[in-house]
Design a protein around this ligand. Structure first.
Ligand SMILES: [Zn+2]
Length: 125
């Protein structure tokens, strides 16, 4: 089961002002990690099979997908948590905001405040 979790983070701007925020993320179970890895492998090897039928391009697409499959699967397997979004008060405009994050994003990370596009940095508290 995927568990949703939160942890406190520090939101700061380039002037060094800081506010407290919350990071929302998902934690994958061992079983889910395996499932996600197999899915990635299946997708890439499936693409390798499909691209066999594309003339000329198959010379690099097929081996490319065959090699990329286990690499992506392994990185999926290693991903224990996936960040979703950060919320909190912007240190510059002091508005409540929520920033969407990519699953693979790592803190500290520079991004923009969703209210006024102020540059902000998200960091572990
Ligand atoms: Zn702002």
């Amino acid at each position: 089961m995927t568990t949703k979790q939160t942890r406190p983070i520090i939101i700061s701007n380039s002037e060094g002002e800081q506010t407290k925020g919350t990071l929302h993320y998902q934690v994958y179970s061992k079983q889910e990690q395996m499932g996600r890895a197999w899915k990635a492998l299946g997708l890439f090897w499936g693409l390798a099979v499909v691209t066999v039928f594309i003339p000329i391009a198959h010379f690099f697409l097929v081996p490319g997908f065959l090699i990329a499959g286990p690499i992506v699967a392994y990185s999926r397997y290693r991903a224990v948590e996936a960040v979703e979004r950060a919320s909190g008060e912007c240190p510059t405009c002091h508005e409540e905001m929520s920033v969407s994050l990519e699953a693979s994003d790592k803190l500290p990370k520079w991004t923009y405040c969703s209210a006024n596009n102020d540059p902000i940095q998200l960091a572990d508290a």
